[in-house]
Design a protein around this ligand. Structure first.
Ligand code: MN
Length: 430
């Protein structure tokens, strides 16, 4: 549902918000920041500024005041866990404060320049599950390993996922240390232990759980959206050579658990309402989802109209002052399952999700060559080097390479809103 907070003509008295590519007043994404010399606390991005949410609680009343108060701690789990009605009340109140010129005097003291602030992981992540919902990625990767049979028989019936590592998820920025690991080249008899030679990124979206569910109480598909607080960008760093050796029969382990990066701002489902789309029709011959995964409203509005981009900045580009090179760009229309289906499926056995749990979508690749969401796909399994346009090429990431993922939403009659950056740089193996 859209309302006055999505009005494309709405302007904020925070000048930098108007025409900001990511954070106009129609967005109001939630995160955790520290102002200079201050402790981490909940904030909302508005243009080039961050508003301290708990600090403006005294200006609010009712549910909005309660929600703002709850955002004062170092993580947003309590706020996300209070449910989407609370997030909605907070959004209405923030929009009012940031658009009404009469409120400027009382609100302005609680704004901080984003460039002066440190952005943190927005929640304490209890559990992280990574799905495999990007069907083009599943086909592309499956084709590398099984040319005749890229998709396994279960793919179109059951959302595939594995339990990821929550402790190694970090907010955008900083370094990712190249992992050491056990690998075995096809032409050798024995494995060896060394730094990964096939370090890769995976372009994904992060789905943040809002209100949780009790153990033994599945969330019906029709109610699944009420348990999703919002989404961010996720980079599921992957060591392909470690993965290829270890993944059978139980799936990814050390090839993935060394580090994952998320963008620091959570775009709420409210903010994303104008950009929701129908879930693309399945190809002829594909099975209908089983009833516990099928909801007419979800099929009609369950997808997100997002565009995502991946850039690489190599040490040479950095030294020579060149702009990052775009590796891929594409629409996020490649999910075989909606976010609601992933959440409903996750709880269908009675598994309890908790506020702040992280669900990764799986790598999102478009159908075009320039919209592939990993180097594994762009390089055809490491066989064809990717041209970076400055004389450099890559099959996989090298030390010093920085990967920058961005995403934005656009729709006719609405302003563009964005996610900010999901960025990190590769550091040498220890
Ligand atoms: Mn992944």
């Amino acid at each position: 549902m859209t309302d006055h907070t999505h009005d494309p003509h709405a302007q904020s008295w925070v000048e930098s918000a108007n025409k900001h590519p990511d954070f106009p007043v129609q967005n109001l994404p939630l995160g955790v920041f520290s102002p200079p010399g201050g402790l981490p606390r909940g904030g909302v991005a508005i243009g080039n500024m961050v508003l301290d949410i708990a600090a403006i609680a005294p200006l609010l009343d009712g549910d909005a005041a309660e929600a703002a108060h709850v955002a004062g701690g170092p993580v947003l789990n309590p706020l996300l866990g209070s449910g989407n009605a609370a997030l909605h009340a907070l959004r209405l109140a923030l929009f009012d404060l940031l658009t009404d010129p009469a409120k400027e005097t009382s609100v302005r003291p609680h704004l901080h320049k984003a460039a002066d602030c440190t952005l943190h992981l927005p929640v304490e992540i209890g559990d992280y599950t990574d799905f495999y919902a990007g069907i083009n990625h599943a086909v592309n990767v499956g084709s590398i390993f099984r040319p005749d049979n890229p998709l396994l028989p279960n793919y179109k019936h059951v959302p595939i996922g594995y339990h990821g590592r929550a402790s190694s998820v970090r907010a955008s920025g900083g370094e990712v240390i190249r992992p050491n690991g056990q690998t075995k080249a096809p032409d050798t008899d024995a494995p060896s232990f060394a730094p990964t030679k096939r370090l890769d990124y995976e372009l994904e979206m992060a789905i943040w759980v809002g209100r949780g569910n009790d153990l033994g109480r599945p969330v019906p598909i029709s109610e699944a959206s009420e348990h999703i607080a919002g989404i961010s960008i996720l980079n599921d760093w992957s060591a392909r050579d470690i993965q290829a050796w270890e993944y059978q029969p139980l799936g990814p382990f050390l090839a993935k658990s060394f580090h994952s990066t998320v963008s620091p701002w959570i775009l709420t489902l409210d903010a994303l309402a104008p950009y929701r789309k129908a879930q693309p029709a399945r190809s002829g011959g594909d099975p209908e989802p089983l009833p516990y995964l099928l909801d007419p409203q979800d099929q009609e509005r369950g997808a997100f109209g997002l565009t995502m981009e991946v850039h690489i900045l190599t040490p040479k580009m950095r030294e020579q002052g060149q702009a990052p090179h775009r590796l891929s760009q594409g629409p996020m229309t490649a999910m075989y399952w909606t976010a609601a289906q992933l959440l409903a499926h996750h709880t269908s056995n009675g598994c309890n999700l908790r506020p702040g749990d992280l669900l990764g979508t799986g790598t999102l690749s478009g159908t075009e060559e320039d919209s592939r969401g990993s180097l594994l796909e762009l390089s055809g399994g490491g066989k064809e080097a990717v041209d970076l346009g400055n004389g450099e090429t890559r099959t996989f990431l090298e030390d010093g390479d920085e990967v920058i993922i961005t995403a934005f939403a656009e729709a006719p009659g609405h302003v563009r809103i964005g996610f900010g950056e999901c960025r990190a740089r590769i550091a040498p193996a220890p």
